[in-house]
Structures are given as C-alpha cells and as structure tokens.
Design a protein. Structure first.
Lengths: 535, 153
C-alpha cells in the first residue's frame, strides 16, 4: 500500500530522523521513514577480524566518493579544501562517528548579541536542555558531571576511561592552567537498554561490533520499530511533491528494486543532513517552487558550515597504552572555546584528545613521515611510537557565509539518475586564524604534557568534513531563514527540517548531541501544536 | 606462464623476499619475523591486485639491472650490493617503493606473531576487547577550583 496516505513521512534514518521518529511515535500517528541505505550488521564490522585496519580503510571509508557503496551518492567537493564525509545506512553517519558528544554552549545560540557576528538562534540553550537530557538517556551517554565549561548536567553513565594517555594530557593542561575534562561520549560504559557495555575495542570509527557505541541504528531504531514506526530501507527519495496550495503531498522515491514510487503524506520531515537535505530540496522543483522547495528565501544550500579541523600529534617516552580505548573519545579542553578578541579571531574551538594510532596506522604514518625507517631500526622506531602517541584534534567554529553552499552538479548523478550535490566552500580568514591559534596551542599542550616530538598536520585536514551544518537555517524572518523557530518551512506548512541544516551557527564542537536535541525539540513542538500544526 | 594462483615467477618471488626483508627484517630477539616471512604477496593479491603488474615490472627491472651491471642475478648479489640496488630504486621510483612498503606493513602488522610481540594479542579487537584504566580524577582538582568558564547567555 505504497500510495496510501501516511501521517508523517520521514526522509532519512540517521541521527535526527531516528530521534524525531522516537518522539512522534507516542502520538500513535502512522509514521514511515524512508532510508536510502540498509541495515548494518555489527557481526560484519572490521573489528571482528585481524585485518580490521585494512577493511576499515576500504569498506568503511569516510568519503562516499571513495567508498562507493550502493547506497552512497557521489558528491562533487572539488571546490572545497574540506571533503564531505558521511555514511548512508540506517543510523546514517553515526555508524562511523566517533561518538564524541560535547554539547553546544549557551553562547553558541547568541553569537550576534555576544560577539557581533552571524546571527542569534531563535532558540536558546535552556530551551534545548531537557532535550539534551532526554537524548542522553535514550541512547546512553557516558560522562562526568561537573564540567565547568558547560552548564551543569548529569550524564547517565560513568565516563569513558581516560587511560594513562588521558592522565598525561590532563597533567599537561594542568601545567598550563587550562581547562580539561573527560569527554561526554555516546558510548555506553554500563549495560543500557539491553545493550552490552564498551569493551575498548578501539575502532569506533569503523562501526562498533559490540554495539556499545550509540549509533542511531542501535540506540533508536529498535525502540522506534517496537513503537510502530515503519522503516523502509533502500528507498532513495528523488523529490518532495507539492500541491497548488503550497502543501507537501508526499515524496517520489526509488525502491530497493529501482522502481519509482510515490508515497503520500500529511507531513513530510526531512532529515538528510546538511548536504543531503538541500540536495533534496533543490531537486524538488515545481511551478510553485522553480528554485527548489522551501527556497523562496534563496537560502537553501547556502551558509554551509563544516568545522575546519586541525590535528597535532605528540610522541611520548613512556608507554601510555594509547592504542587502546574508544578511538575518538578521551578528554577535551575548552580553554579556547569562548571568544577572546585578543586572539585575533572571534568565537573559538574545542580540543579533542583522541587515542593513538593502531598498529598498521602507526607503521604507515611513521614510514610516510620518515620516522619509522626501513631495515634493522624499524622495530625500535615502531616501538617508540606505538602506544605512546596521542592526537589532539582542533574543532573550529565555522561562521556562516552565504557563498559557502550546496548546489546541484549539472552532470554528476547517483545510481538512480538523481543530480548530485556540488560543494563550493572557502576557508574564511577568521577560521584560518583560529586554526593557526589552535595548532600552536595544541603543540604547546603536547609539549607541556612531555611529548618528545610534536607534529602539526597541515590544516584544514581535508578528510574531516563530517559536520554538515547551516544549509536550511532556522529563524523567524522568512526572508533570512528557511524554517521557523520550531523547524517548519516558512514556505510549506507541512514540511519540517530536523537535521543540522537548520543550525544558524556551528558552535565549535561535534554537533550530533545538539542535532538530536534540536530534532527532539522540533518533534515536541509538533506534538504541542498537533491541533493547529499547519496554521 | 603466471596464472592467478601464481602471480610471480620463482625469480620474482626470490627478489620480492629479499626486498621485503630489507623493509622489515626479523627482530634481533627473534620475536618478530621478517616481512619476507609473512604473506605480503597474498595481501597484495587480496586487497590491491591492481598493483601486481607494476610489482612484476619493478622486480624484473631489478634483476635486469643486476645482470647488466654485476653480471649475475639480483638474488645472487651480496647483501650490501642488494641494498644499494634497492636504494637506487627508491630514489628512482619512490612511489613504487613507497606503495610496496605500505603494503608490507599493512600485512605485517596483522600477523599473529607480530601482534603478540607488540602487545595487542594475536586476535581481533572483538569480542575480548582491552582493559583501559579509568584514570585519576583527582587530577581535575585545579580545573574544579577555577570554577565556571562558560559565558551565560
């Protein structure tokens, strides 16, 4: 019965689509979610085998252009120093994310008022706070209460183990008098909702074989399906259809067999991330919306923000066991998160301490950099690095600029012939200065921690475009935003956008916790207004 | 004739083994094998078979140059001369040798003997996992004492 009318049609089963489905399920409305990928099987993830590093680099490649799984669509990111990364499956990019889960700060929602740049959000931290907490409990988040860098909150599970490497960096930060704290992590450190706790496998970023990482496929979808949400996999949406009254009527999509189908819906919710969502809207042209659906502001696809990323590596004399533990989660420092004009830039960045390299990664990296030689000295050089190296990532807030945008590529298409997204992005001078500052401070932290060797990678790191934000921004002014303050399109009253596209600014942290909090907030707003949702 | 089950000739195999041993020789304590003693060729066939043609060509080239300048097969040369030949190839064809070295360590560091020797155990990460110390939270005292650092908004 693909052509009957469902109450709510969600496009995308990733972080935000999963959260919205969970929240709306209690209404007992008929909810269908279309996902272009399929279910992942943790029993097939690379960490089940000794060859996990080789397999991770191929099958779980971060770039869809290189990975080329059937569910992937190509993205033209030639005109960007930062490549666009994602994953297409039930769970979306959370399949590969590090699960580093720091929240936005209150100041992130008031950047115009506080720092005179970009725009304030139409909502604030206090509005989202209950949804952060709800999401933490739903999926299972580990952390340590009391972090003085953010408002008080109580993570439901004990923090991720810091290990000796976390202690080493902590001592370094203490020597400098800088903030640091065990990271909030979307990884369960105790059994939670029937899932087993983290085993410190290491390669979270290639999928968690244990199921301890709170990816949306594991943390949300089993609950959603039990609650009656219908999830259709391998269904790729081509366009959202509308009627003469500017109301969405449903979507046209290709099913698993490549057949074109239409699904009618009372409400359409788009949850395809900051690149997939504008792509879908721009592909949804009609007489009423010749420039793309919900795009009368002209802002669909504009203001793309990517979090320019820097990386500093440090090598230490003593064995730290740094190759063990959740790859992307340990401790963080938010010493330089809030604006300080004396630094030469506005806004700030998060320092994310990540684990050292695994065996093959260490050997390959060392040989590429000339620190691990051929010949008899190979083993000693390897031993000096392996388990003794620490990485420090610098996640810079990216301010919105209209020329940074997603458009449709005139030639490139996916396997269904749907035009692919094209990225046009340049690094701003503010971001450049912030990166330089972060790299210098990162090196300072490594030296303070006792590193005998410190290396700064050229920045921005190209393969770091995970955080896709801002391309269908939220606001109260239809001329200056795509959706209103509770996620409804200004132009199409039964169309909602719930992913990172609606972000007004990017903050300087991994955004998934905030994306899911915003999605839960929008779903809650919809429930509060069910009687007059389209007014 | 080289078939899919036998991608290198005997001569090519001998030369490859010598080169692999130059990249990663056995450790002095005997705990870590030479790269010549792990199945690098199998790894290349399994994961990067498109590089086999280049590999064969370079190995043949090494042998041809040995004959031309030394009058004997590469495998018959003394170790110092072999090393000099390979160094020359590294200089002349850095991309080829870099690729071979990367393939070599990718295979080497998944070998059971090597994984055991470097302390991660001859097993995949799952299901056993690893122990990681929780960490000393008293180190956070200076951070706590400093108080709140975020801006109210």
């Amino acid at each position: 019965m693909a052509d009957d009318v469902v109450d709510v049609l969600i496009v995308g089963a990733g972080a935000s689509g999963a959260a919205v489905a969970w929240s709306l399920a209690e209404t007992r409305m008929r909810i269908v979610c279309l996902e272009q990928g399929g279910w992942m099987n943790p029993a097939e993830y690379p960490s089940n085998g000794r060859d996990w590093e080789t397999r991770a680099a191929k099958e779980m490649q971060v770039s869809p252009n290189l990975r080329k799984r059937p569910a992937d669509y190509p993205i033209n990111d030639d005109n960007s120093p930062i490549a666009i990364l994602n994953f297409n499956a039930v769970g979306g990019s959370t399949i590969l994310y590090s699960a580093h889960f720091p929240r936005f700060h209150p100041s992130d929602f008031r950047v115009r008022s506080l720092d005179g740049v970009a725009d304030d959000w139409p909502i604030d931290y206090a509005t989202l706070e209950p949804f952060f907490a709800q999401n933490d409990n739903n999926i299972g988040v580990a952390g340590l209460a009391g972090d003085p860098a953010i408002p008080a909150h109580q993570p439901p599970l004990p923090h991720i183990p810091m290990g000796r490497m976390g202690e080493t960096m902590g001592r370094g930060f203490n020597k400098l008098g800088w903030h640091w704290w065990p990271s909030d992590s979307a990884i369960i450190t105790r059994p939670h909702n029937g899932r087993g706790q983290c085993l410190n496998l290491g390669p979270c970023n290639a999928g968690c074989a244990q199921g301890a990482k709170s990816s949306a496929d594991i943390a949300y979808w089993p609950m959603n399906e039990r609650a009656g949400v219908e999830l259709r996999t391998h269904c790729r949406v081509r366009e959202i259809t509308v009627d003469e009254g500017d109301m969405a009527t449903g979507v046209t999509y290709f099913d698993a067999d490549g057949n074109e189908r239409h699904q009618r819906a009372e409400v359409v919710v788009v949850a395809c991330n900051g690149v997939g969502t504008p792509r879908l809207l721009l592909n949804s042209t009609s007489a009423r919306f010749p420039n793309g659906l919900a795009n009368r502001s002209g802002l669909v696809g504009r203001n793309l923000m990517l979090h320019p990323w820097g990386m500093v590596a440090g090598c230490f004399d003593e064995p730290l066991g740094s190759n063990f533990g959740p790859q992307g989660c340990c401790i963080l420092s938010q010493e330089f998160y809030e604006t300080d004009a004396s630094r030469g830039f506005v806004r700030g960045y998060n320092m994310q301490i990540t684990r050292g390299g695994p065996p093959v990664g260490t050997a390959r990296g060392g040989m590429a950099q000339g620190t691990i030689p051929w010949g008899a000295d190979h083993h000693d050089a390897f031993d000096r690095l392996f388990g003794r190296n620490i990485h420090l990532g610098i996640c810079c807030e990216d301010l919105p600029e209209e020329h940074n945008r997603v458009t449709l590529d005139p030639e490139l298409t996916d396997s269904n012939g749907i035009p692919s997204p094209k990225i046009s992005y340049t690094l701003s001078e503010n971001s450049r200065r912030m990166l330089d500052h972060g790299l210098a401070r990162g090196a300072e932290a490594m030296e303070a921690a006792g590193a005998w060797k410190v290396q700064k990678a050229p920045a921005p790191i190209r393969m770091a475009g995970w955080h896709l934000l801002g391309t269908a921004r939220m606001g109260t002014d239809p001329e200056r935003s795509v959706v209103n303050e509770w996620g409804r399109s200004h132009d199409v009253r039964n169309l909602f956008i719930v992913d990172g596209s609606v972000f007004v600014t990017s903050g300087g942290v991994n955004p998934t916790t905030t994306i899911q909090a915003v999605a839960l907030y929008i779903a809650d707003s919809m429930k509060q207004r069910l009687a007059n949702l389209f007014d | 004739m080289i078939g899919t089950d036998n991608p290198l000739s005997d001569d090519q195999r001998r030369i490859l083994a010598i080169v692999l041993d130059l990249i990663v020789p056995a450790s002095e304590d005997g705990q870590r094998p030479s790269a010549a003693d792990v199945d690098v060729l199998g790894y290349i066939r399994e994961t990067e078979s498109h590089t086999l043609d280049g590999l064969r060509a370079e190995l043949d080239q090494l042998n041809a140059e040995a004959f031309e300048s030394q009058g004997e097969a590469f495998a018959s040369l003394d170790p110092a001369t072999r090393q000099a030949f390979v160094d020359a190839v590294r200089e002349r064809e850095p991309q080829f040798m870099r690729t071979l070295a990367m393939q070599t360590v990718a295979c080497y560091y998944r070998d059971d003997r090597v994984l055991e020797a470097i302390g991660v155990g001859a097993r995949p990460p799952f299901p056993q996992g690893y122990e990681v110390p929780s960490g000393d939270l008293s180190l956070l005292e200076p951070v706590r004492r400093r108080g709140l650092i975020y801006r109210e908004a």
